[in-house]
Write a protein that binds this ligand. Structure first.
Ligand code: PFF
Ligand code: NA
Length: 450
């Protein structure tokens, strides 16, 4: 196993690591996936359970993965091998590599929609446009969405193989605040529309009678996806984290920022959805791409704002995609001894090909159905409702019982910070996280199959 640390780009500053981890976390998960999953699950009640999942499951696992990475300085497979040699625990890292592979294949397809919308914005958004049809026309094409999927994968491969990841992350520092400001502008426009209150009620006033086991499953899946947890992305980035950083604080910063952006995306979306469109909140993956153009159409300089917004969304998606590809490439380089550039290109091309069926699922293969899901939703379901929670559960069990919560806490607390990883951490990672995930997974899978 080749693992010379010199070869790792080391984040010399705390900010560098934060930018990388926040870049991985903030992406399509916040602005594309969060609103439509919230919409499908009835709105406010889902938001409530999601926030609980973020605090009780997401935060402790963020701490866990960051610490595993920093301690071992390895890719996910190597990290488990280093702490538990000659045991099957490395398979958890292996599952992560597989998951990164599956997620990136369709993540790139959706990022391709975002790239395409940059140009749709330039063409202008006008209130009379039927945005639902614009979206359907786009995804039911074949060549065009595959083209944008290819462009996005090429960008991702380019960044990883050229080793310019740090440069991209640095750009995040300037771009993230702009995205934030644009979201504020969108929220203001959305909330001041006639009829905004209905959407606001849907999003913020919970009806707990709507909650089922599925609601919990979807909340956990979304928590994992949005925080890049359960597949070793944060282990990989944690391996670049310097010794003098407090992990509890870093983890809180990343989790807090990601959650803020997701909640803001919902605030921008739901009032406008009810006020401007006749689209139902449970319309699924198209929700963002139908609703936001409708808001831009109601704004002065809407075409300009829309253009900037989709550029920023595409860049946010790129910094997340980089972390997905990095997990697979770091594994190929460290464990399989493949040269970095070669690994990036080969793996990237295979992922591109695996991403073609999700595109065709809206056209040539629209007859495909698995548990009622189209191809893209099937990939999404397997990755987020099965692989990520399973990976997270096993990572928690490993940290709590094999490496031991106490040891992990000591490593995390090496440098003092605001947040101390105390007894509560052991309780969460040994009991709450595994039991909550196991119960919710078993119940929903049983219900799905029945
Ligand atoms: N967290 C990213 C998002 O919210 O868009 C998606 C993601 C990135 C998931 C990296 C998993 C991962 F390892
Ligand atoms: Na996210």
């Amino acid at each position: 196993m080749k693992n010379d640390l010199q070869k790792r780009e080391n984040w010399t500053t705390r900010l560098g690591f934060i930018l990388a981890a926040a870049g991985s976390a903030v992406g399509l998960g916040n602005i594309w996936r969060f609103p439509y999953v919230t919409g499908t699950n009835g709105g406010a009640a889902f938001l409530f359970i999601y926030l609980i999942a973020i605090i009780l499951i997401g935060y402790p696992l963020m701490v866990t993965e960051m610490t595993l990475g920093r301690k071992t300085q390895r890719n996910p497979v190597g990290a488990f091998k280093a702490l538990a040699p000659n045991t099957p625990w490395w398979l958890v890292g292996g599952l992560g590599v597989l998951t990164g592979f599956v997620i990136l294949s369709y993540y790139s397809v959706v990022a391709g929609w975002s790239l395409a919308y940059i140009f749709k914005a330039l063409g202008g958004f006008v209130p009379e446009m039927a945005f639902g049809e614009v979206f359907t026309d786009h995804i039911t094409g074949v060549g065009v969405p595959i083209f944008w999927h290819a462009v996005f994968m090429a960008l991702t491969i380019g960044v990883i193989s050229a080793g310019v990841v740090k440069g991209i992350q640095r750009a995040v520092k300037t771009l993230m605040p702009i995205l934030f400001i644009l979201l504020v502008v969108l929220i203001i426009r959305s909330l001041t529309l006639d009829g905004a209150s209905e959407g606001l009620r849907f999003y913020l006033s919970p009806d707990f009678s709507e909650i089922t086991a599925q609601t919990f499953m979807d909340a956990i899946a979304q928590a994992f996806f949005t925080l890049s947890l359960g597949m070793g992305a944060i282990i990989t980035y944690g391996s670049y984290l310097s010794e003098d950083a407090n992990i509890g604080d870093n983890a809180a910063y990343v989790v807090g920022l990601d959650t803020l952006i997701a909640v803001m995306a919902g605030l921008a979306m739901f009032p406008a959805l009810f006020a401007l469109t006749d689209v139902s909140p449970d319309a699924g993956p198209g929700l963002t791409f139908i609703t936001l153009p409708a808001v831009f159409a109601e704004m002065p300089l809407g075409s300009f704002f829309g253009f900037i917004f989709f550029v920023l969304l595409s860049i946010a998606a790129l910094t997340s995609a980089i972390s997905l590809l990095e997990v697979v490439v770091a594994w190929a380089v460290d464990e399989k001894d493949i040269e970095r550039k070669k690994a990036s290109i080969i793996v990237g091309i295979i992922i591109f090909i695996v991403g073609i069926p999700p595109v065709l699922g809206y056209s040539a293969w629209s007859d495909f159905s698995f548990l009622g899901f189209d191809v893209l939703d099937t990939y999404d379901w397997i990755a987020n409702s099965i692989f990520l929670p399973l990976g997270g559960l096993l990572t928690a069990v490993f940290a709590g019982y094999v490496w031991k919560a106490r040891n992990l806490a000591d490593e995390a607390n090496k440098v003092g910070g605001v947040i101390n990883i105390g007894e509560w951490y052991g309780f969460l990672v040994k009991i709450v996280v595994p039991i909550a995930i196991a119960v919710v997974m078993v119940v929903t899978i049983a219900q799905t199959l029945m």
